[in-house]
Design a protein around this ligand. Sequence first.
Ligand SMILES: NC(=O)c1ccc[n+]([C@@H]2O[C@H](COP(=O)([O-])OP(=O)(O)OC[C@H]3O[C@@H](n4cnc5c(N)ncnc54)[C@H](OP(=O)(O)O)[C@@H]3O)[C@@H](O)[C@H]2O)c1
Length: 233
Amino acid sequence: MIPLPEDRDGLVARYPRHERPTLRANFIASADGAVSVDGLSAGLQGPGDKEVFDTLRMVCDALVVAAGTVRAERYDALRLTADDRAWRRAQGLPEFPLMVIVSGSLDLDPAQLIFSDAPVRPIVLTHRAAPVAPIGEVAEVIAVGDERVDLAAGVRLLHERGATQLLCEGGPALLGSMIAADLVDELCLTVAPLLIGGRAGRIATGPPSPPRRMSLRHALTRDDMLFLRYARS
Ligand SMILES: NC(=O)c1ccc[n+]([C@@H]2O[C@H](COP(=O)([O-])OP(=O)(O)OC[C@H]3O[C@@H](n4cnc5c(N)ncnc54)[C@H](OP(=O)(O)O)[C@@H]3O)[C@@H](O)[C@H]2O)c1
């Protein structure tokens, strides 16, 4: 068993930025595949998970998250520690990654901290049939797709804006759509030593999709937590 590195340089070496554009998804699940406990991911967390979560945010250009997760988890603004911001500056990166929220309904609360406390104006990716909504006052609303969010077009748009290292934090409906559109280059999966049972969903749900072959890049542990990184074969 290879331990999860304790220090930031060790973590960055395990979760590097890439030369090529990359969409990396980060999820946590229980040993029996549950993506949440009582509707939230907090009950799955354990030793090392926060460090991986923070490292992935630190090294990305844009964090992409769907409206369901933003609403369920009451997402805060994307704030990094002073050390993490200094690391980014030293790499020639903007101090904060872009925050990108995917929503078709635009049923988003402008007062939620993810918007009202944002250090950089977030982007909301929606479609051309979306209603006009108050969220446009606190975010840049961009339509990609006529009646549903065209995720491939959204990814291209982010690339054009210089954000090539994308981190998708979910949730399962977004990951399922990303898999169906063949946009996922990497999956960082933390497996928590828990059996949840019940009706909790898995990390991806959505339209049918052919199986996509991935290669295992590492399997690291801390205490009983398992940290897997898969990359497109
Ligand atoms: N364990 C983990 O790592 C983890 C990570 C993230 C989330 N979660 C859990 O997952 C749950 C939320 O996930 P969810 O699957 O219900 O929702 P989700 O994937 O977070 O969000 C789904 C929403 O995304 C928007 N959307 C727009 N276009 C889409 C497209 N092409 N494909 C997919 N979504 C699109 C829609 O928002 P509108 O309704 O605004 O149109 C849709 O309702 C929560 O319980 C959360 O705690 C767990």
